[in-house]
Write a protein that binds this ligand. Structure first.
Ligand SMILES: [Zn+2]
Length: 375
């Protein structure tokens, strides 16, 4: 065996050679999987925040247009070695100045990519590029948490990449027949953007998954929600990582937003917070569509604020006060100091929602409510 003879010439015994080989094998085992996956060592504590959303304050001049070409989509949080969060640049998107768009998530591995939401249409290529920075696996499954364009805008783009789109049937209805403001022209619908696999919320089985995927070592539940942020909300639970994407019925940047035109309600957002108290344990990481990551106890002051504002608005409305008087009463004042991203527009929207909900609240028809128009 000439090789060993050569080594022996260098003074190595058989047992030394064995030790060297064992050491080389051990070092390779430790390094190669991380080199391949790009993942961190085993002892990392998840979640890992790479880029926290900005705190502001942010202001934009009148007529400001979002410069989509300047916005970047980045991996901002890692929830496990193969479950990453994508979010956009801060300070550029006037609708979401703390971090552009709505969070998207990607579970990846040999079974392909499962995505939660798709970010805005304008940054679709950048969202894909961010995913391609950590996996080459095919895009296979996409679930939409709610209809808003910062969550569904790139649906058609990712459907063309191969994603089968899942959502509540009400979300599909909202996309096919969007609510129209007075005099607004009908929109043309790109059918490739529309969810194909649908399910419904059933009050009798609230909190139970409608769909469960077993992929990439993770178990993922799509849990349909009661009409809350919209009529077609879904939360997404990753059992192994102990993470729930809770979308937009809760927010900690700006005041609460129940999209009543799309079937949402403040009462439903209270029910959604209560459901999370049952579904999550104290360690579960909750991923809102915007703002910072939270635990379930963080939802309780938010819930208390919703209850307080609804009660105060109801009292004023029962006294015959008009909307402009209720807005002028500045009912959110006690919360302004602790509400990041607090703006007059965000406050007024919240109070108007409460005003419209406490009396003559229109029912949901086809995923939508016909809300009063306030001049
Ligand atoms: Zn939303």
């Amino acid at each position: 065996m000439p090789d060993i003879a050569v080594l022996r010439d260098g003074g190595l015994t058989k047992s030394k050679i064995h030790r060297i080989i064992v050491t080389i094998v051990f070092v390779c085992c430790a390094i190669i999987p991380h080199a391949i996956s790009g993942g961190p060592p085993q002892d990392v504590q998840y979640p890992v925040t790479l880029i926290a959303p900005g705190k502001g304050p942010f202001s934009f001049p009148p007529g400001y247009q979002t410069p989509w070409d300047k916005i970047e989509i980045m991996v901002t949080e890692k929830m496990s070695p193969n479950l990453f969060v994508l979010h956009g640049s801060q300070g550029l998107d006037s609708a979401h100045p703390d971090a552009s768009g709505g969070r998207a998530m990607a579970l990846f591995g040999a079974d392909g990519v499962l995505m939660v939401d798709t970010q805005n249409r304008q940054v679709a290529e950048k969202t894909l590029k961010a995913i391609r920075s950590f996996t080459d696996a095919p895009i296979r499954v996409l679930v939409n948490t709610h209809v808003h364009p910062d969550h569904t805008g790139a649906n058609a783009f990712f459907a063309k990449q191969g994603a089968l789109i899942y959502a509540q049937e009400q979300l599909r209805n909202e996309m096919l027949r969007p609510p129209r403001g007075a005099g607004a022209p009908a929109q043309t619908i790109d059918m490739t953007s529309i969810p194909v696999a649908t399910y419904n919320f059933n009050p009798a089985t609230s909190g139970e998954p409608a769909v469960t995927f077993n992929m990439n070592g993770e178990t993922v539940d799509f849990i349909p929600m009661m009409p809350s942020h919209t009529a077609g909300d879904t939360i997404v639970r990753f059992r192994k990582a102990n993470v729930i994407y809770i979308e937009d019925f809760y927010r900690n940047f700006g005041y609460p937003f129940a999209d009543q035109n799309n079937g949402g309600s403040i009462k439903g957002m209270l029910d959604a917070v209560d459901l999370i108290q049952k579904l999550a344990d104290s360690n579960t990481t909750l991923v809102p569509g915007h703002g910072t990551l939270v635990k379930k106890s963080d939802l309780l002051p938010y819930r208390a604020m919703l209850v307080d504002i609804m009660a105060k608005v109801k009292t004023l409305r029962e006294q015959g006060k008009k909307l402009k008087d209720v807005l002028a009463a500045n009912l959110t004042a006690p919360y302004d100091k602790t509400t990041l991203g607090d703006t007059q527009q965000s406050k007024d929207r919240f109070i108007t929602e409460a005003y419209d909900e406490v009396k003559d609240f229109p029912p949901i028809v086809d995923g939508k409510r016909t809300m009063p128009v306030h001049p």
